[in-house]
Design a protein around this ligand. Structure first.
Ligand SMILES: [Zn+2]
Length: 443
C-alpha cells in the first residue's frame, strides 16, 4: 500500500496571483530550501524546510538538491491526432488543413490506432512536464473514448471533446448537427467529471460548422453548464475573410460564436491573433479565455498575438499557453514560452520570465477555470508538479552556476535562461497526484 503522506525537498517556485496585475514580489512565491508534503495526492503543506522538518520528521522524503520544482505545466490548446503531422512543410492554415490534417484525422475512426496514438501523445506530454491539457480529438467518438481511457488509466486531469464539423471538409470527416448533438451528449454523460476528466464541446472552427451546428453546441452548453467550449478563433487573415462570407449577418468572427451561445466563462478560444479591440472587450466581458499558441502562429505564418491587449487593465482576458501541436512545432511548454517571448519582442512588448511562467501554470489553470484544483502549491490542490533541471545541457550548465539562488532577484535571471533555452531535457521528473509519472533517463 502507498503511504498516505510523502514529502519532497527542493527549491519551489509558483504563483499566488497574476504578475500582469500584481507586482512580482507579491505574486511570485519562491522557497529556496523548501518542503512540500503530499497527502493522498493533494498538497498538505508547503514551507521552508527548516520550519517543517521536525513536524514531518518520519515522513518518507525525496530530495532534489539543485533542482527547481514548479507546478505541472498546462497546455490550453493541443490536438492529439495531429502529432504525426507535426512539422508539415510549406502551407498556411486553410491549405495546411486540407493537405495534411484532414487525411490524418481520418485514421482515427480506428479505435486501436487512436489508442496507440493517445498513449504516445500522453507519454510526450508528461516527458515535457505538461500535466493538464485541453485537447482536440477528432469527429469520431471512438477517438474520444480512446483518449479518455488512456488519460484515466494515468489519473491525469485532462479536458477533451468530440470535434463537431458538418461542412467544408472531406465527407469522411463530417457529422451532422443532429449526430453531433447525440454523440456529444453521450460522451458528456460518459466522461465529464469521471475521475479527473472533463468534457469540452468542440466545434472545430466556424468555417466547418453550419450555423445550425454552432447553435447545437450552444444547446449542449445550456444543458450541461459546467462543460467547456473549445474552438479556434481569428487565427489567420484568409480564415477571418472566409468567416465573413459564411456568416454575412454577423458583425465579425467572434459574433458567429456569440450568436450561437458559445461565448461564456468556460469558453477557450485558440489563437485570437486577428481579433479587433471590440472582440477583446467582448471576451473580457464574457470572462472567456484565449489560448496563445506562439509556435503555431509563427510556423503557419498566422501573425503575432497581442498579449498586451489581452492582459490590459481595462478589459482583461484570461490567457493560457497552447502548443497547438501539430500546427505548433513542439510539445514543450518551455519552448512555447520562449517563442511567446520572441513574439512579444517583435511587437516591442516585454514578457518577463515570471509572467511567462505564470501563463504556463496558474494562468493556464485560470483560463481553464481550474484554479481551485491545480496551478500552484496552495494547500488542498492536486499535487501535479515538475522537477526542473537548470543545468540540463552543457550550455545551460555553463550559463548557470551550480547553486540555486536564494533571492527572487537572482532567480529572475536563472528562470529566464531556463525558459529561453530549456526543452524536454530540462524536465527531470514529472509527478501526478504525488506519484512518479515520468523520470528522465540520464543525459
Ligand atoms: Zn488548433
Amino acid at each position: 500500500m502507498k503511504e498516505a503522506l510523502k514529502a519532497f525537498r527542493s527549491s519551489f517556485l509558483d504563483f499566488v496571483d497574476d504578475p500582469f496585475y500584481i507586482s512580482e514580489d507579491k505574486s511570485v512565491r519562491y522557497i529556496h530550501d523548501g518542503l512540500i508534503v503530499v497527502r493522498d495526492g493533494k498538497v498538505e503543506e508547503l514551507g521552508a524546510y527548516e520550519n517543517l522538518q521536525s513536524k514531518y520528521a518520519g515522513v518518507p522524503t525525496t530530495c532534489y538538491p539543485g533542482m527547481l520544482i514548479v507546478p505541472g505545466f498546462i497546455d490550453t490548446h493541443i490536438h492529439f491526432p495531429q502529432m504525426e503531422m507535426i512539422a508539415a512543410y510549406g502551407e498556411q492554415l486553410l491549405e495546411w488543413l486540407s493537405k495534411y490534417i484532414f487525411p490524418t484525422e481520418g485514421k482515427f475512426k480506428d479505435k486501436i490506432y487512436a489508442q496507440q496514438v493517445a498513449s504516445i501523445f500522453l507519454d510526450e506530454l508528461l516527458k515535457n512536464g505538461t500535466t493538464t491539457a485541453l485537447v482536440f480529438t477528432t469527429v469520431y467518438p471512438e477517438s474520444v473514448d480512446a483518449f479518455f481511457e488512456e488519460a484515466e488509466r494515468r489519473n491525469l486531469r485532462m479536458i477533451a471533446g468530440k470535434v463537431m464539423m458538418d461542412r467544408n471538409a472531406p465527407d469522411f470527416l463530417l457529422d451532422t448537427a443532429e449526430t453531433s448533438y447525440y454523440e456529444s451528449k453521450a460522451l458528456i454523460e460518459k466522461w465529464h467529471k469521471k475521475g479527473r476528466l472533463l468534457y469540452a464541446v468542440t466545434p472545430r472552427f466556424a468555417p466547418t460548422s453550419t450555423d445550425e451546428q454552432l447553435r447545437i453546441g450552444g444547446k449542449l452548453l445550456q444543458e450541461f453548464p459546467d462543460v467547456y467550449l473549445h474552438t479556434h478563433l481569428s487565427e489567420n487573415v484568409d480564415e477571418v475573410l472566409w468567416v465573413k462570407e459564411l456568416f454575412p449577418n454577423c458583425e465579425g468572427y467572434l459574433d458567429a460564436y456569440d450568436r450561437a451561445g458559445l461565448v461564456g466563462d468556460r469558453s477557450v478560444f485558440a489563437h485570437g491573433v486577428q481579433l479587433t479591440d471590440k472582440e477583446f472587450q467582448r471576451l473580457s466581458a464574457a470572462k472567456s479565455a484565449i489560448a496563445f499558441c506562439p509556435t503555431s502562429n509563427l510556423f503557419l505564418g498566422s501573425g503575432l498575438f497581442k498579449i498586451e491587449k489581452a492582459k490590459s487593465r481595462e478589459h482583461p482576458v484570461k490567457v493560457g499557453l497552447g502548443t497547438d501541436v501539430g500546427g505548433g512545432t513542439s510539445f514543450s511548454i518551455l519552448e512555447t514560452v520562449s517563442e511567446a517571448y520572441k513574439v512579444a519582442q517583435l511587437r516591442r512588448q516585454k514578457l518577463s520570465p515570471f509572467k511567462a511562467l505564470f501563463l504556463a501554470t496558474l494562468g493556464g489553470a485560470r483560463a481553464l477555470c481550474l484554479e481551485d484544483v491545480i496551478g500552484n502549491f496552495d494547500v488542498g490542490k492536486e499535487a501535479d508538479f515538475v522537477v526542473l533541471d537548470m543545468q540540463s545541457t552543457p550550455l545551460m550548465a555553463f550559463r548557470n552556476s551550480s547553486s540555486i539562488p536564494t533571492s527572487l532577484d537572482e532567480l529572475v535571471d536563472k528562470v529566464f535562461s531556463l525558459v529561453i533555452m530549456g526543452d524536454d531535457r530540462a524536465v527531470h521528473t514529472t509527478y501526478i497526484m504525488g506519484e512518479l509519472a515520468y523520470e528522465r533517463s540520464s543525459l
